[in-house]
Design a protein around this ligand. Sequence first.
Ligand code: GUN
Ligand code: ZN
Length: 429
Amino acid sequence: MSRLTLHLGQTLWFAGDPMIEGPEAARFDPRGGIVVQDGHVLSRGTSDDLRRDYPQAVVEDHGQALILPGFVDAHMHYPQTAMIASWGKRLIDWLNTYTFPEEMRFADADYAAEIAGRYLDLALSHGTTTMCSYCTIHPESVDAYFTAAAARGMRVLGGKTCMDRNAPDGLLDTAQSAYDDSKALLNRWHGQGRASYVITPRFSPTSTPEQLTALGALWAEHPDCLMQTHLSEQTDEIAWVRGLYPEARDYLDTYEAHGLLGANGLYGHAIHLEPRERDRLREVGAALIHCPTSNTFIGSGLFDMEGLVAEGQRVGLATDTGGGSSFSMLRTMAAAYEIAQLRGMALHPSALLWLATEGSARSLRVADRVGTLAPGSEADFITLDLGSTPAIAQRSAQAADFWEAVFPTIMMGDDRAVSGVWVMGKRLG
Ligand code: GUN
Ligand code: ZN
């Protein structure tokens, strides 16, 4: 029998959805653990039960640390790693000034490999073990990403960003080449090891209707794939879309009319939605990806978490690196809390932790594998030190209960709080 490892610490898991059921959906064990075998979770329970049932297991005792699933980042751009935190622009200017010049550099496969490795190591050090990334228009950027992830054994999702207008010459493909390149990459990477290919039109302003149609056709051929794009992030972006697609009923209709609305669709930002758009997104069961540090950094607006969840939308959480200002899903949870506060809602820590793990995994349709530590899932997990800085430690020392002990780390924590990272049961950080 292969080796068993018993990881002990504080454990938290969800018997339901705390966004809907509240903190009652959470299960907390101050002395719990997981048993890992062959890269998978074999069992989860109390320390006493697991020690009794698996006496042969090698014990790794993490003391007071909180054992959590690795964070899942449902929307980010790994090619924007090197230009994160670029000052002073709104979306369209920010893209033209900082983002597109940086993305042009990914024509160089060596540069793409360097940044892919740099990004994945940064993500791991922040406790993120699965992410869904936009690459650039260059197929080499997709190969670099999946190759770097495979070298680390990580479950990742992503795809070639497609753009055939309103971007610099070096960053344009065509309707046909976007279809052909995406299809070749999909065939090369989708289901290869832990990789999933995601069909990726950047957003309506940088695609012609012909390109959207071609990518809609590709999605129809591969309906099991996810499709990701951006939707209604800034008001001037929406006005631009109206000008480019005068026949469309609204922004979402530019996707819907071209076969790019569906249950496996991921719509990043989704801030300024019309009632018809909300209805259609809910009807099809699409996922809306909230990117709170990006929304404050680029000045986009306040995502309606309370209203969208109440009406039954599926929601994931993401950094949107490098429009987002952090690689950390802890910082991202803090920003989600702050944005919800500005709309009059206090998001409970259980909801924030769920969003950063199981919720995002559900939005990416991988929650049967990652984002929970349910028996049978892949053993991607982290340990969180709930007193990682003097400021956090002095506050959590005053905590009346578990939620008060964890909330200072959500609000003030960063990579220093991540004391251990395991991917498929193997320690990587
Ligand atoms: N909309 C289209 N492209 C992007 C991007 O790279 N980042 C953000 N935040 N919004 C976008
Ligand atoms: Zn984005």
